[in-house]
Design a protein around this ligand. Structure first.
Ligand SMILES: Cc1cc2nc3c(=O)[nH]c(=O)nc-3n(C[C@H](O)[C@H](O)[C@H](O)COP(=O)(O)O)c2cc1C
Length: 315
């Protein structure tokens, strides 16, 4: 038996596998034993009631899916009265994903959800910042640091920063979040993309552009996890196209301490528990006593990164 526990900042998780925000809802409890999952991560909540984006909100594309859901939210009172009591029935730590259009709004929301039963807060800073032309907070180090500093002052709970892959400076953003007080980094959200229906000449999403997820994004986000893990001292949680234990192992070798599974759960509701069992077997077959030994165990020559920097100057 492999020791499947991992440490994420001050938290110990029973295993490194958890859902990606927004791809997991209360209904999954009917088909998956949620007590087996490393942590439960909620859909992003906002302070205000939100309707979400125009339809259609999802479209299938080669090796993945596009979504422009737009974070529909029933607001904080609904979350505290309904969702929180539901999640408290299960043993794994509860991570609440939050979002706001301003740094101040993020801080207020973090304070409101810092209640008993909530173990950690995941700040979805991949969302638009209305004080900076709608660019996502996590696209730049300065705006990421500003929002994380406010959040750090607003809550004593462990604080995770969920980064956007839509930036050329993800390593700088990762470091800025760490310096501002984040306890972990989630790398990453969806990649901005679009698709066109050739029968109608119309965009296939009501919002025109949306986020690409699933196997199509795995090599890109794997590279970003590697870049972040090389510079950050806080743990990195990998998220992007993970569907199998081998995908999860790859992310851990690149430096992730844990992983989140999103789109794969839509295709196969048991994906997370299958990945937990598969990681156990993967480690046992290689004589590894603990799954945590995988983290950062990538073997490489120092010169290999110099070749990479020729094609991509960012660290
Ligand atoms: C339908 C859908 C809804 C999502 N909603 C959220 C959300 O509310 N908050 C968030 O931070 N990420 C959200 N995401 C992004 C996922 O959490 C994850 O970062 C992304 O899908 C990449 O992982 P995957 O390839 O395993 O799906 C959503 C993704 C999908 C497909």
């Amino acid at each position: 038996m492999t020791d499947m526990s991992v440490r994420i900042g001050g938290l110990t998780l029973a295993n490194p596998v958890m859902p990606a925000s927004g791809t997991f809802a209360e209904g999954l409890a009917g088909v998956v034993d949620l007590n087996r999952i490393g942590a439960l991560v909620t859909k992003t909540i906002t302070r205000e009631l939100r309707e979400g984006n125009p339809l259609p909100r999802v479209a299938e594309v080669a090796s993945g899916m596009l979504n422009a859901i737009g974070i529909p939210s029933k607001g904080v009172p609904y979350f505290l009265e309904n969702s929180l009591p539901f999640y408290r029935r299960f043993a794994p730590p509860l991570v609440v994903s939050i979002s706001a259009p301003t740094a101040e709004g993020f801080a207020r929301l973090a304070a409101e959800v810092s209640v008993p039963g909530v173990t950690a807060i995941e700040a979805n800073i991949s969302c638009p910042n209305i004080e900076e032309d709608g660019r996502a907070f996590a696209m730049r180090a300065a705006s990421a640091a500003a929002v994380m500093r406010k959040l750090r002052a607003a809550t004593a709970l462990p604080l995770w920063a969920k980064l956007t892959p839509n930036t050329g400076e993800i390593a700088e953003v990762a470091l800025a979040c760490e310096e501002a007080g984040a306890d972990a980094l989630v790398v990453a959200n969806t990649i901005l993309a679009m698709s066109i229906d050739l029968k109608t000449f119309r965009p296939r999403l009501g919002n025109v552009m949306g986020g690409l997820s699933g196997p199509a994004i795995k090599p890109i986000v794997l590279r970003q996890v590697y870049q972040c893990a090389r510079v950050a001292r806080i743990p990195v949680i990998g998220c992007g196209g993970i569907a199998t234990a081998e995908d999860a192992a790859e992310y851990m070798l690149a430096g992730a301490a844990a992983v989140q599974v999103g789109t794969a759960t839509f295709l196969q509701p048991n994906a997370m528990t299958d990945i937990i069992d598969g990681l156990d077997r993967f480690c046992a077959a290689r004589g590894m006593a603990s799954v945590a030994e995988l983290t950062g165990a990538l073997r490489r020559e120092e010169t290999q990164d110099m070749q990479l920097s020729e094609v991509m100057p960012t660290p």
